[in-house]
Design a binder for this molecule. Structure first.
Ligand code: HDE
Length: 710
């Protein structure tokens, strides 16, 4: 029997080895048809005479056009727009007391992974920066088969029961009569649905927070969302929640900036991920687990099976058990990122499901959707989807079958093939579903323990910094402002009263409304069967009033991988520019020289300095910070309207701004005095202070300072 184990050690990447067999490179090869026939003219079709009609006989033309005609497959119904990367996972410590999964017990193994990040609502060609949830799906190619952790960048979900998922998605997608708006939740149908769905209130806080507009895919957290089970070698179960913690911290852009990025570079996140990996700045996350024993299951004022709830980290700490590094870009977007098929039901021994009703529905949906998206039941044979263990079973035939199964036996049990392939006992790595005791009536109902829809929404809001709260208020005001039907707006501000009184009043005031106490935060989502009393949601007292982990204010701050714009023109001080650049690059930042025109500018010492981008093709929103390079003569840049706009806009988005004495003349024109004196604006050219300001990410308090030019 094959040993899948060996190849995981000694730095080998068994997935990369496997993929090699399927990759091809045209270098030095002749053009040929799909039948291998060499082609000597790929410019002209076969015609009756040079000016004549094209002949049906032209099989070269027909083959090429036919293939082209069928190049598209349906995009994912949700999470259509994605970016992917290869990498690996390394375990810090064995979790043997809790799970028998080798992935989480073998500290010497390096497990290959493929990760796909995505937006949810938009089409494949939409922008990277809508206000939206981000998918965070990880496929671990383990020794024991594929394990998919198909999560999001927010730890909870909108709904508690899978039966509501098609309604949720129909509500958020572009409205069906006119297909407007694309990749946006700011429209009537979404908020109409949310207004009837108080269980969504916690998730809605996350969605209206800056988490929905990440600075980078590399700077987002990831969450498994549901509570899963760990199963150890003694078959003892515990509950587990999964977290991905980015080592660069959790950071977001401003909403105004997000909208502008969508216009300037709608591939902003895709590009950022690609460039970071390409430049060897490998994105890293630690995997964390919150483990709860079976005995402790009912010790919480919420239900562990309810996917609209987190376990606050103050109640159960997150234990960091390993690290994922993304170190290789895909060779081909379609073959890998588009064709990868995730499924929360792809699990390995040592991990199992819980009865979370949302998870239970997902276990059906994912394979089902691949059947139409990838065209049949053999999608597991597509190279990116293949497990490292070779597949041996009697599933046969179907569209696009690759495997050539030998012999006449396609059934089990058999004697003709010596009983092969054998069933594996548990001790041989066979999967065995956890024997959960179930003794219940078959009912179409929801547990009362799921009815606290507001306390964690309040916890989230209370945990935010002042700036984050302001962003949430503005996000609600923006989204509801785009809602045409006033009754829908009113309903949401009324619901917000149950979350936070100030929040409700501020949003209502922005909309010209007054929030009203709901008679009961009743819902259309709670089933009609059963006790009518049970239809009323309620609010539990939580033992935690605010949780540090929920605010991005408390995150890691780091200058590494930050994009710095160095504004320059003819007369730039060459020596100073070189020194500044090398200090920034040394600290791990990326610098680009931006000037009025592309090509070269000449420095004060007569040297030519290469320009990376002109103002015409770039924008401050594509950078984290800006430094006005030292010049012998500043008039050229200070006269440049684009440079002034660049600086003013960077200020508006609360970014670090640096200038030497000569750069100050530009600042004086671009910004009001009050702004020049505010935090994060370095006017004395101090490189160290500038770098520290860049690492801070943003100076949100500056949002209160008016700037005219941007
Ligand atoms: Fe998904 N989801 N989902 N989802 N989901 C899909 O599967 C579904 C949910 C998530 O990069 C689809 O292959 C149902 C929660 C990610 O390829 C589909 C329900 C979470 C991705 C599907 C949920 C997710 C998907 C569409 C409620 C976070 C992208 C295409 C019961 C834990 C994976 C596809 C990728 C994709 C169904 C809810 C995450 C239709 C029915 C909760 C990251 O099968």
């Amino acid at each position: 029997m094959e040993d899948n184990n060996k190849s995981y050690h000694n730095g080998n990447d068994p997935k990369a080895e496997q993929l090699k067999a399927y990759t091809s490179n045209h270098q030095g090869e002749y053009l040929n048809t799909n039948q291998g026939l060499k082609i000597n003219d790929d410019q002209n079709s076969l015609k009756s005479g040079e000016r004549g009609a094209t002949l049906l006989e032209d099989f070269i033309l027909r083959e090429k056009i036919t293939h082209f005609d069928h190049e598209r497959i349906p995009e994912r119904i949700v999470h259509a727009r994605g970016s992917g990367a290869h990498g690996f996972f390394e375990l810090y410590e064995s979790l043997e007391p809790y799970t028998k999964a080798k992935l989480f017990t073998d500290t010497s193994a390096k497990t290959p992974v493929f990760v796909r990040f995505s937006t949810v609502a938009g089409s494949r060609g939409s922008t990277d920066l809508p206000r939206d949830v981000r998918g965070f799906a990880v496929k671990f190619y383990t020794q024991e088969g594929n394990y998919d952790l198909v999560g999001n960048n927010m730890p909870v979900f909108f709904i508690q029961d899978a039966l509501k998922f098609p309604d949720l998605v129909h509500a958020v997608k572009p409205e069906p009569h006119n297909e407007i708006p694309q990749a946006a939740s700011a429209h009537d149908t979404f908020w109409d649905f949310i207004g009837q769905m108080p269980e969504s209130m916690h998730m809605i806080q996350w969605l209206m927070s800056d988490r929905a507009i990440p600075r980078s895919l590399r700077m987002m957290e990831g969450f498994g969302v549901h509570t899963f089970r760990f199963i150890n070698a003694e078959n003892k179960a515990s509950f587990v929640k999964f977290h991905w913690k980015p080592l660069l911290g959790v950071h977001s852009v401003a909403w105004d900036e997000a909208q502008r990025i969508s216009g300037k570079n709608s591939d902003f996140h895709k590009q950022d991920l690609w460039d970071a990996i390409d430049q060897g700045q490998y994105p890293e996350w630690e995997l964390g687990v919150q483990i709860v024993t079976e005995e402790e299951e009912h010790n919480f004022p919420f239900d562990l099976l309810d996917p609209t709830k987190i376990i606050p980290e103050e109640m159960v700490p997150v234990r960091r058990i390993g690290k994922m590094t993304l170190n290789r870009n895909p060779d081909n977007f379609f073959a890998e990122t588009e064709q990868i098929a995730f499924h929360p039901g792809h699990i390995i021994p040592g991990i199992d499901f819980t009865n979370d009703p949302l998870l239970q529905g997902r276990l059906f949906s994912y394979t089902d959707t691949q059947l139409s998206r990838l065209g049949g039941p053999n999608f597991h044979e597509i190279p990116i989807n293949r497990s490292i263990p070779e597949v041996h079973n009697h599933q046969r035939d179907g569209m696009h079958r690759m495997q050539i199964n030998k012999g006449k036996v396609a059934y089990n049990p058999n004697t003709l093939a010596g009983g092969c392939p054998f069933q594996a006992k548990m001790a041989e790595g066979g999967f065995h579903s956890y024997e959960e005791r179930i003794d219940a009536k078959k009912v179409r109902a929801r547990s009362r323990s799921f009815f606290d829809h507001f306390s964690q929404a309040t916890l989230f809001y209370n945990s935010q910094s002042e700036a984050e709260k302001r962003h949430i208020q503005n996000a609600f005001s923006f989204e509801l402002g785009k809602v045409m039907v006033e009754g829908i707006r009113q309903r949401i501000v009324d619901m917000l009263l149950e979350v936070d009184v100030d929040l409700a009043h501020i949003v209502a005031a922005n909309l010209g409304l007054l929030p009203k106490k709901l008679p009961q935060p009743v819902t259309g989502s709670i089933p009609a069967d059963g006790d009518p009393e049970a239809h009323h949601s309620f609010k539990e007292e939580l033992p935690v009033a605010a949780s540090e982990a929920l605010s991005m204010q408390n995150t890691i701050r780091d200058i590494r991988t930050r994009r710095i714009a160095l504004l320059a023109a003819d007369g730039v001080t060459g020596e100073a520019l070189v020194q500044l650049k090398s200090a920034l690059v040394e600290a791990g930042a990326t610098c680009k020289v931006i000037a009025p025109k592309q090509g070269f500018i000449s420095s004060d010492d007569g040297e030519l300095v290469k320009v990376d981008e002109s103002f015409l093709i770039t924008s401050s929103v594509l950078y984290d910070a800006v430094f006005i390079a030292d010049h012998s003569n500043t008039t050229l840049l200070a006269d440049c309207k684009d440079a002034l706009h660049f600086v003013a806009e960077a200020f508006k988005h609360c970014k670090a701004i640096g200038a030497t004495e000569t750069g100050n003349s530009l600042l004086q024109i671009a910004l009001p005095q009050e702004a020049i004196q505010s935090a994060g604006v370095i006017t004395d050219g101090n490189t160290g202070a500038f770098m520290e300001a860049v690492a801070q990410h943003r100076f949100w308090e500056r949002e209160e300072t008016p700037v005219v030019a941007a």
